[in-house]
Ligand binder design. Structure first.
Ligand SMILES: Cc1ncc(COP(=O)(O)O)c(C=O)c1O
Length: 391
């Protein structure tokens, strides 16, 4: 069996990588260790590169449609990963999940309508509706004995007739929370009662650690199936975000007809050649690579957790159950948010995401991207310890 090397440092300079080339724009310096935007520093797997190179051997890149093999690769993968049997008609390509969220909002709501989110959460959930003149309603997660939970009482209290959509992050970024079947089913019951459409963003679902189980939202109950649009993608899993390949799955016929007519009218559901090739290759040949990569990331989680517990006790790690993002509670450093952000940049030389961008509950936190060689994390943690020790 092929052993992949995740320790390898791949130089990303000269590729217009947001993570590396926009350090100066975002943080005011170029010399920081980039541990922010959520892609990984691992080489794109060989089977995806091979598929793209093979397609490049043909010298015409004309209009291209989604083949049976493309749909079958998704159908088989979703069954393999989540034991969910889906049908071809339920699937549509979308050009990215954030764009997909914008399309759903455009298709199902009017300016002035309300969209519910559960912060701290991936910030485009707030930015996209706001930019589209929808009102964002927060139903912040609550921390119960140090564990994030959805606040259902609060949710019922903030819902009114103008609430049309709830955006669910499953698994939840930041925090890497894998939601239980019961939690998801309860969310569906509330949303059905109030006629609220749920967008289930499941982009991190393939990266759930083996001791946890991801439930695709429509599988948890009849209600969930009847009130939702699910988004998935190989982009986080196989580190191909720049190829722009995601897809929607909609079992409910009424919602599907409305949304797919919207997409078709604008040709938004038509993928690019490389999106189709990369998706087919990832989902046909990706199981072994993914297992090895996930094991490596879990070792990184243990490494970061152990290092911080031993050496930087003023920072507390929220233990993730999925993906390659870690949520660091830095309230023990007793810095105002603005100073906390400056501290990471100026004293530690690190580029992490400012927790406050994720909304209510994010103040005092920073998000660390651990999808990189462990040697990079070691260097970063030593720098962080030194900064904290000399604060
Ligand atoms: C929860 C979540 N959804 C969506 C995205 C981005 O997806 P896309 O690049 O397909 O828009 C990210 C990237 O970090 C994410 O964490």
């Amino acid at each position: 069996m092929k052993q992949y090397n995740f320790d390898e440092i791949v130089d990303r300079h000269g590729t217009n990588s947001v993570k590396v080339a926009q350090l100066n724009d975002r943080f005011g310096r170029n010399d920081l260790i980039p541990l922010w935007v959520a892609d990984m520093d691992f080489r794109t797997p060989d089977f995806i590169l091979d598929a793209i190179r093979k397609r490049c051997d043909h010298d015409i890149f004309g209009y291209t449609f989604a083949s049976e093999e493309y749909y079958n690769s998704i159908i088989n993968w979703v069954d393999y990963k989540h034991k969910w049997k889906i049908e071809k008609e339920w699937i549509s390509y979308i050009p990215g999940i954030v764009k997909g969220i914008g399309f759903v909002i455009d298709c199902f709501t009017q300016p002035g309508d309300k969209v519910i989110i559960q912060p701290p959460v991936y910030h485009p959930f707030r930015l996209v509706p706001e930019a589209m003149q929808r009102e964002v309603i927060n139903n912040p997660l609550k921390l119960v004995d140090g564990i994030y939970e959805m606040d259902f009482e609060q949710l019922e209290s903030v819902i009114d007739k103008k609430c049309k959509i709830l955006i669910l992050c499953s698994p939840h970024n930041p925090g890497g929370i894998v939601w239980s079947k019961e939690t998801l089913a309860r969310l569906a019951d509330i949303c059905i009662k109030h006629n609220i459409l749920i967008i289930a963003d499941e982009i991190h679902s393939e990266l759930v650690y083996p001791q946890f189980k991801h439930y695709p939202f429509p599988t948890v109950s009849e209600n969930a199936l009847s009130c939702s649009i699910t988004f998935m993608a190989p982009s986080k899993t196989f580190n191909i975000a720049g190829i722009v390949t995601s897809f929607a799955i909609i079992p409910n016929q009424k919602i599907r007809m409305k949304f797919y007519s919207y997409l078709n009218a604008r040709e938004l559901g038509d993928g690019t050649i490389f999106a189709y090739e990369a998706t087919k290759a990832a989902y046909t040949y990706g199981a072994e690579w993914l297992q090895q990569m996930r094991t490596y990331v879990m070792e990184n989680v243990d490494y970061v957790t152990g290092f911080i517990e031993t050496n930087i006790p003023s920072i507390k790690v929220y233990k993730p159950q999925a993906s390659f993002l870690m949520w660091l509670n830095c309230t023990g450093l007793k810095l105002k948010q603005e100073d906390l952000v400056k501290f990471f940049i100026e004293k530690a030389g690190l580029a992490l995401n400012d927790g406050a961008i994720f909304g209510s509950g994010g103040e005092g936190y920073m998000r660390l991207n651990i999808g990189c060689p462990q040697s990079v994390l070691k260097q970063a943690l030593i720098a962080l310890k030194r900064a904290v020790d000399t604060k």
